[in-house]
Write a protein that binds this ligand. Structure first.
Ligand SMILES: Cc1ncc(COP(=O)(O)O)c(C=O)c1O
Length: 496
C-alpha cells in the first residue's frame, strides 16, 4: 500500500503482509530518499504521531524507524523543535543525465581516464539503449534454435561429467573444441590455422579486450572504422589507446586515409566481411593494402568477424586472415550470432609467435574458459547440428531481412535509402535531409521502439543521419509492426 505523503515528503510504500518488519520498511524508505536527495538536508520531518496517523499504523514502528535513522546520522532531533534531515551528510550532487562531450559524462566522475571514456555508453544517457524490441541489434532468432538437439547434448554431457571437467582447464580452451573450431574455419572461412593457435574466449568482446591488453600500450595509435562498433572502441579505451577514426566507404576501411592520418599506428581494427554498421564487404584491393601496410610497419590487424556466416546474395567471403602470410592478423569469431549470445563462446586465432603472450594475458584475466559448454558445443559441431542450423537460419534471416526491406519501401518510401542489406542481421536506413537520427531514436524510444542512431556509431561528427535496425531476433509480424510505428514517429516529427 502506498501512503499519501505529508507535503514535501516522498510517498512510501508499505507491504503490511511482507516478511520485512514495518519499522524496517519505513527506515529504508526514508534512508533511500535522503541518499537520493529526494529529502533534502535541513528538511523538517513530520512528528512520529502525525506520520503514524498518516500511514494508519501504531506509533511504535515509526518511532523505531526514526530512532534508527537518528542513530545512524540520517536524521537529527533538535530539542523542542522537531526532527530534521541531517545537515552534515557528505552527499554528492545527484548525477545529471550525461550528455556527450568530455566534461558532462558520467565517466568524467570516474578517476581512471580510460575507464571514464568507456562509461559513456551507459543506457542512462542513450535512450535507444534502454530496451530491446523489434530492431534489437545482434539478437539471434532464438525462436528457431534447435532446443531439442541442444538439450539432448547438454544432458548427455551432464550425465557423463568427469572430474577432469571440473578442474581448471587449459588456458587456451578445451582441446577437442579448438580442433573442431580450427577445422570449421579452414573449410568455411578459407583460413590458415591450427588448434594450437586458437584461444577460446567468452565472445568477441572479451577477444577484443584480450587483444587490446596483449598488443596495445597506453597512447598507442589504433585505427578504428568510422562509423564503427562502440564496443571495440571501449575495449581500446580500457587500455588507454589513442583511437584514430578512419573513414569507411563502399570498399570498406579507407586504408590510404588511415596511412595519411596515422602511418605508424600500432594496430587496425576492422570488420572486413561485413563492416559494422554500414555493411560493406572490404574489397580484395583494400585487404591487400591493409596487409601491406601492417607488414611494412609491423602493425597488427584485428579482424572482428562477428556475423560473416550470413550472406544472402552470395557465398560467405573468405576471412582476411586467410590472405595473411606474415602473421599480422588476429582473427576474432563468435557463436553469439550463429547460436545465441548468452552462450558466451567465441575464439581468437592468434599468430603462432604471439600465443604465449596471449596466454599470459588470459591467465591474468580469468585463467581459462569454462569447460562444460565447450564440450557440449564440440559435439554440436561434430554431429552436424551446427552446419544444419546455419543453413536453416540463413533462410530465416533472409526472410526477415526481406520483410524489413519491403516494409521500409512500403511504409517509409524511396527517400529512405537502405544500406548493407546483403548480409548479417542488421541494416542501415538513411534518413532524408531534415531528419536528425537522435531525435528520431529519442522519439521512437518514447514509444518503446529502440533504434540505434547511425551518428552514434561515428567517433567524429558526421552529417550522415540514419538508423541501424537489427532484424535477427524479430519475426515478420514484429518487423512490420516496428516499421509502422517508426513511420508514425517520423511523420509526427515532420509535422513539428
Ligand atoms: C561488430 C561486433 N563485434 C563484437 C560484438 C560482440 O559480440 P559478442 O557477443 O561475441 O561478445 C558485437 C555484438 O553485437 C558486434 O556487433
Amino acid at each position: 500500500m502506498s501512503a499519501r505523503p505529508s507535503p514535501g515528503l516522498p510517498a512510501i510504500v508499505l507491504d503490511r503482509k511482507g516478511a520485512t518488519p514495518l519499522y524496517r520498511q519505513i527506515y529504508e524508505s526514508y534512508r533511500t530518499a535522503i541518499l537520493d536527495r529526494r529529502l533534502r538536508a535541513g528538511q523538517r520531518m513530520p512528528s512520529t504521531r502525525a506520520l503514524a496517523d498518516e500511514l494508519g499504523l501504531s506509533r511504535i514502528p515509526v518511532l523505531n524507524a526514526f530512532e534508527q535513522l537518528i542513530a545512524e546520522g540520517y536524521l537529527e532531533a533538535r530539542t523542542g523543535a522537531g526532527t530534521y534531515v541531517s545537515e552534515s551528510l557528505p552527499l554528492r550532487e545527484r548525477a545529471e543525465i550525461p550528455r556527450r562531450g568530455a566534461d558532462h559524462t558520467v565517466g568524467a566522475t570516474v578517476k581512471n581516464r580510460h575507464v571514464a571514456r568507456v562509461v559513456e555508453v551507459l543506457p542512462a544517457s542513450q535512450p535507444w539503449l534502454r530496451g530491446v524490441g523489434a530492431f534489437a541489434i545482434g539478437h539471434a532468432a532464438i525462436d528457431h534454435f534447435p532446443y531439442a538437439a541442444w538439450s539432448r547434448l547438454l544432458s548427455r554431457h551432464a550425465h557423463r561429467l568427469t572430474a577432469r571437467q571440473l578442474r581448471y582447464g587449459p588456458v587456451l580452451g578445451y582441446e577437442p573444441f579448438r580442433e573442431a573450431v580450427a577445422a570449421y574455419l579452414r573449410t568455411t572461412r578459407a583460413m590458415h590455422c591450427e588448434a594450437s593457435q586458437i584461444m577460446v574466449v567468452s565472445g568477441s568482446q572479451q577477444a577484443l579486450t584480450i587483444c587490446a591488453h596483449a598488443l596495445i600500450d597506453p597512447r598507442d595509435e589504433v585505427w578504428t572504422e568510422d562509423p564503427g562498433y562502440h564496443g571495440a572502441r571501449s575495449a581500446l579505451d580500457l587500455v588507454g589507446a589513442k583511437i584514430v577514426p578512419v573513414p569507411v566507404d563502399e570498399e570498406g576501411l579507407d586504408v590510404a586515409a588511415g596511412i595519411a592520418r596515422a602511418p605508424r599506428a600500432r594496430a587496425a581494427l576492422v570488420t572486413p566481411s561485413h563492416q559494422y554498421p554500414l555493411g560493406a564487404t572490404m574489397t580484395a584491393s583494400r585487404r591487400l593494402q591493409l596487409l601491406n601496410w601492417a607488414r611494412s610497419r609491423g602493425a597488427w590487424i584485428i579482424e572482428d568477424d562477428y556475423d560473416s556466416e550470413y550472406r544472402y546474395e552470395s557465398l560467405p567471403v573468405g576471412a582476411l586472415q586467410g590472405l595473411d602470410r606474415d602473421g599480422r592478423v588476429l582473427y576474432i569469431g563468435t557463436f553469439s550470432k550463429v547460436l545465441f549470445p548468452s552462450l558466451r563462446l567465441g575464439y581468437i586465432v592468434i599468430p603462432k609467435d604471439l600465443v604465449e603472450k596471449f596466454m599470459n594475458v588470459r591467465r591474468a584475466m580469468d585463467i581459462c574458459p569454462p569447460t562444460f559448454l565447450q564440450a557440449v558445443l564440440t559435439d554440436f559441431l561434430r554431429e552436424g547440428h551446427f552446419a544444419l542450423h546455419i543453413r536453416r537460419m540463413r533462410r530465416r534471416y533472409r526472410e526477415r531481412r526481406s520483410a524489413l526491406v519491403d516494409a521500409i519501401r512500403e511504409m517509409l518510401g524511396e527517400e529512405f535509402e537502405i544500406l548493407g542489406e546483403q548480409a548479417g542481421m542488421h541494416l542501415v536506413v538513411s534518413l532524408p535531409a531534415g531528419l536528425n537520427d537522435r531525435d528520431v531514436a529519442r522519439a521512437a524510444s518514447e514509444r518503446e521502439l529502440w533504434t540505434m542512431p547511425l551518428s552514434w556509431c561515428y567517433a567524429r561528427p558526421s552529417k550522415r543521419q540514419g538508423l541501424v535496425l537489427g532484424y535477427g531476433g524479430s519475426n515478420v509480424a514484429q518487423i512490420r509492426a516496428g516499421v509502422k510505428r517508426l513511420s508514425e514517429v517520423i511523420r509526427a516529427l515532420r509535422l513539428v
